[in-house]
Design a protein around this ligand. Structure first.
Ligand code: ADP
Length: 407
């Protein structure tokens, strides 16, 4: 089955065309037919990139007023690069949807499912409306093709109450749905699955801590294949230090900013979403690669930003070790987790008593590839595993359409 996976943001569309079926999934041999992205949608300066096998095209300065125009362009490029000979060759669509409310698994999009996703818009107003645009455009372009929604939140729906409840008046949970949801679920689920394959362990006998470190960052504690805790919360603001978000902070700081500095809710939201985190501390950039370079050159606040980032991460690894009791694997993924040995090293510093011992040489060599990076004496196996959310979305779409339960 050829599945077009779409990840629609406010002004971008990332896509992959994946051919998959049960045999390919079993052998981990799904075929990536094409991948690419459209940026700056809504302007006359849009750019599009598409790679299909050896063929790659890049267009700049395009007039793409909306997501409909952008997705139509993607379909045209898939034909142009030979990834499909006609649009009808696309058998199904898989959509990344950030917030799935109470959904525990990926869903074939029916009128009822759509209503529930619309219902979750109030919980993720910055993401879900754009994710849904992909669905609506494809419903027009491919009226007879099945479409599946794969949610960032679904994997974490197995968390127990003690992990997802905030200690607020209970009515806020019951009436206003205020609880920990967690995000990046597709990534945590994918690397957990790959860890079990690479280390030849069964789901039942494996406890894992997975660290997704990209622009957004989160950890998950995974017990026997089920997420039992995660660091992002009601929104993706909580938890680890991120590119431009602070992660955990005393909520009274927000009240203080509003009372003392007379900041509006909108201004505080901008401060927390765009001006904090690595960028806020360094005053320079949210880009970890650039920060590591700056720190090497002696830029003090770059060094400090990295230190705060790694300290928070180490604290969470310790906390989740306590949550799980026994940990078999620690996985690093996301742009930073996959490519920054120094960050992994600092984050595992002084964790040997807890069973985490990095092999320095292996760690330094592991950049952008699947690799084991712990010593043979480390109680916990530590791995770098590049994430592949699009692949998991394609597989989920296939299995959902075929009526096969998603693992
Ligand atoms: P997103 O969450 O937007 O998908 P990514 O997963 O691509 O982001 O991660 C982006 C982060 O990864 C940036 O901070 C970037 O600097 C960092 N990164 C990418 N490559 C490297 C590298 N070689 N060394 C250090 N950091 C890197």
């Amino acid at each position: 089955m050829k599945i077009l996976v779409l990840n629609c943001g406010s002004s971008s569309v990332k896509f992959q065309l994946v051919e998959t079926d049960l045999e390919r999934i079993d052998r981990n041999e799904d075929r990536l037919l094409a991948r690419g992205q459209v940026e700056r949608i809504g302007t006359s300066e849009a750019l599009v990139y598409c790679q299909a096998g050896e063929r790659a095209t890049r267009d700049v300065g395009l007039e793409l007023p909306d997501h409909r125009a952008a997705i139509a362009k993607v379909i045209a490029l898939l034909q142009h690069t030979g990834a499909v000979s006609r649009p009808e060759d696309i058998d199904a669509l898989g959509h990344r949807v950030v917030h799935g409310g109470d959904f525990r698994t990926s869903q074939l999009i029916t009128a009822e499912v759509l209503r529930k996703i619309e219902d979750a818009v109030e919980l993720a107003p910055l993401h879900n409306p754009h994710n849904l645009k992909g669905y609506y455009v494809c419903a027009e372009l491919f009226p007879d093709r099945p479409q599946v929604a794969v949610f960032d939140t679904a994997f974490h729906q197995t968390m127990p109450g003690r992990a997802y409840l905030y200690a607020l008046p209970y009515d806020h949970f019951r009436r206003h749905r205020i609880r920990r949801y967690g995000f990046h679920g597709t990534s945590h689920r994918y690397v957990a699955y790959r860890f079990r394959q690479l280390s030849d362990r069964s789901t039942e006998e494996t406890n894992l801590i997975t660290c997704h470190l990209g622009n957004g960052c989160s950890l998950a504690a995974i017990q026997h294949g089920r997420s039992v805790d995660t660091s992002m919360g009601f929104t993706p603001l909580e938890g680890l230090v991120m590119g431009t978000r602070p992660g955990d902070l005393d909520p009274a700081i927000v009240l203080h900013l509003m009372a003392k500095l007379e900041m509006t809710a909108q201004e505080v939201s901008t401060l927390l979403n765009r001006h904090s985190g690595l960028y806020g501390i360094s005053g320079e950039t949210n880009d970890m690669r650039a920060l590591l370079e700056s720190a090497r050159k002696g830029h003090e606040r770059a060094r400090l930003a990295i230190e705060v980032f790694c300290y928070r991460l180490r604290k969470y690894i310790g906390a989740y070790t306590a949550v799980l009791g026994e940990v078999h694997g620690l996985v690093f993924t996301g742009g930073i987790g996959e490519n920054a040995p120094r960050i992994r090293e600092l984050s595992c510093e002084n964790l040997d008593q807890l069973g985490y011992v990095l092999d320095t040489a292996k760690n330094n060599q592991a950049v952008g590839v699947e690799a084991a990076i712990s010593t043979s004496s480390s109680r916990v196996e530590i791995f770098v595993i590049p994430t592949n959310e699009e692949l998991l979305i394609a597989r989920d779409a296939f299995r959902t359409i075929e009526g096969i339960e998603n693992p």
